[in-house]
Design a binder for this molecule. Structure first.
Ligand code: SAM
Length: 239
């Protein structure tokens, strides 16, 4: 997957290659990241990319020309079929379904805004979709873009180790993940559930599924409303 980012702060994205799944995906060539800085396309000698809003009011707005030129330049590299996304608090709220949908595009271009946001004419003319990472306002789109890139990486075939799988993650099948334990078996009088130690894979799978159902019911009952529980799942939940 190839993801380009339009950002005034490309250095922020070093966090993705510090370590972990995203760094490994980049090293293995599963994920290609590239950056374009609107400042490099500014049409003034001070490299300003923002100006005061028409109609007055606080803050500055990112101008059309540097953004549009950066987007067009990026598309020449990534391909004209690149899907262009603007990270914005006004966009569709990101969830696992949204990540799965976006993972189908081989080329994405993420536009990170700053200041009061970007000139509306860029959204009208150059952006395919707006996506939000939650109902709160960040100072810039970079962290939101990194959240999206990280979540997308988990969907890339081969990006997770063979023991892990996105299909075991919370939300994949509409449920939260089951609890996890590791060595030691007992610590401060807290024991690992006995079923996880008996080596019976069917028992363990059943216990994990029951835990996933139970904790979804306790922590996120809203998820169960949209889920068509099978009779055997209903029975597990009622046990
Ligand atoms: N004035 C804008 C509004 O209220 O809709 C907010 C601008 S915000 C201070 C600056 C930039 O941060 C936005 O252009 C956007 O790229 C990014 N941003 C802020 N909150 C976000 C969110 N919840 N999800 C995605 N991006 C966000």
């Amino acid at each position: 997957m190839q993801i380009g980012v339009i950002t005034l702060f490309p250095e922020m994205f070093n966090a993705l290659t510090c370590g972990g799944i995203t760094a490994r995906a980049v090293q293995n060539g599963l994920l290609r990241l590239s950056y374009w800085n609107p400042r490099d396309f500014a049409d003034n000698k001070h490299r300003h990319v923002d100006d005061r809003p028409y109609g007055g009011g606080p803050g500055m707005v990112m101008q059309v020309y540097p953004l549009r030129t950066a987007i067009q330049t990026a598309k020449q590299t990534l391909g004209e079929n690149t899907r262009v996304l603007y990270l914005s608090p006004q966009g569709r709220r990101l969830d696992q379904t949204g990540v799965a949908y976006l993972s189908q595009f081989p080329h994405l271009l993420l536009v990170a805004g700053r200041y009061e946001g970007i000139d509306e004419r860029v959204i009208e003319h150059d952006i395919d979709e707006e996506w939000s990472i939650g109902d709160y306002v960040l100072s810039g789109g970079e962290l939101a873009a990194m959240v999206l890139i990280d979540a997308l990486t988990r969907w890339l075939p081969g990006a997770l180790g063979h023991a892990d799988s996105a299909s075991e993650d919370s939300f994949y099948a509409g449920l939260l993940d089951c609890p996890h334990y590791t060595r030691p078996e007992v610590i401060d009088a807290q024991s690992v559930p006995a079923v996880l130690l008996n080596g019976n894979h069917a028992d363990i799978a059943r216990w994990r599924h029951k835990q996933a159902l139970g904790r979804t019911w306790l922590k996120r009952p809203d998820l169960l409303i949209n889920l068509n529980l099978q009779p055997e799942q209903q029975a597990l939940l009622n046990e």
